[in-house]
Design a protein around this ligand. Sequence first.
Ligand SMILES: Cc1cc2nc3c(=O)[nH]c(=O)nc-3n(C[C@H](O)[C@H](O)[C@H](O)COP(=O)(O)OP(=O)(O)OC[C@H]3O[C@@H](n4cnc5c(N)ncnc54)[C@H](O)[C@@H]3O)c2cc1C
Length: 341
Amino acid sequence: MSRANPVVILGAGPVGLLAALHARRLGRDVTVFTNQAPPAHDGRRSNDVRPHIECVPSQVIALLVEFGVAPALLGVEQLFASKCVQWAEDRPVILPAAPYAAISRPNLEAALAQLTERARIWIVPQAVSAASIEAIASDAIVFDATGRRAISAWKRWRPSRPIVARSFHFADASSAREGLALAAGPDGYVYRIANRSGICLGVVGHDHKGSWDNVRDRIAGFAPWIVSDLAANDSLMANGRSGPSSLQWAEAGASAILIGDAEFGRDAMSSQGLAIGLGAAIGAVSLALTGARPGPPADLAHQRSVHAHRILEQIAAAPFSRDHAWRQYSGFLQQAAARVA
Ligand SMILES: Cc1cc2nc3c(=O)[nH]c(=O)nc-3n(C[C@H](O)[C@H](O)[C@H](O)COP(=O)(O)OP(=O)(O)OC[C@H]3O[C@@H](n4cnc5c(N)ncnc54)[C@H](O)[C@@H]3O)c2cc1C
């Protein structure tokens, strides 16, 4: 392909927007198709005021700063160097962790949207389907950043008994426990990310149906410490919202290069889309447009392999490791780790 080929990005999530900025820096005309407008510059969508907080390593903060995102805007007030886990043990322990921050996801998207506007990147409010990709961009290099939908993927896997993720968001800044906490349960796990603006609690497994009260009671059965300071009713829950999503994993087809969750959504264990996806997307865009990879991640295949092995170790240590769906998922990860090793 000639160097002048334009770039089309499908999806305006954080990974799609950062990839768009990087492609623009490399001198390409860039168009982003999105089925949902990015949040406004105050970090709010009209129907979404949740304190959606996510953990990212300090290197990712550095990457974002390099692109012009101010750390204060993301709520980066401190870096954490430990996490609290109850994985194979029967009580929580504090473990050292690589430095990470708990950032506001809506503010990140808003900051990136503002930067794309300044960079004269075309944002087209139009949903794309797998069938329409060729027509949209006959001469373009296409990156699929549509998250877990991975609309251009040729193959997908879903466990026969779905593993479902749900999240709950609390605008309670008074919590003493900030940073990341994780606990394994009988059929999955629960994680909690907190900073001074709120708490994001996620549950992954089969059996997390019903109201917040029901979910909270179930978590209290195996890890009471993780929910002890969260009210038993919905009154503190920001916007009263929680989101279910069934997990799946996908493999790239020929028409587009998967980036972000479209590529890494196979990770049902730790939702690494931002932690790994942003840096990996920069590498993928550089590789496709210039044939060179700048800076870290120096070796994406190695990174994926290490990641898959780490998750396999975690599953093996957890109480739910014998569950059929998790064994199915482990099988997929083993294949993925072998493929990239
Ligand atoms: C509760 C929760 C906590 C999390 N915590 C962490 C964490 O601590 N650390 C971490 O690294 N990650 C975390 N994640 C995962 C992280 O949010 C994702 O990995 C990240 O959002 C992936 O970004 P993305 O841009 O690849 O995809 P997405 O954010 O899913 O964006 C995809 C975009 O594509 C658009 N789109 C979809 N289909 C189409 C279509 N057909 N046409 C046009 N546009 C389309 C969507 O509207 C969306 O805007 C968490 C996720 C959740 C839900």
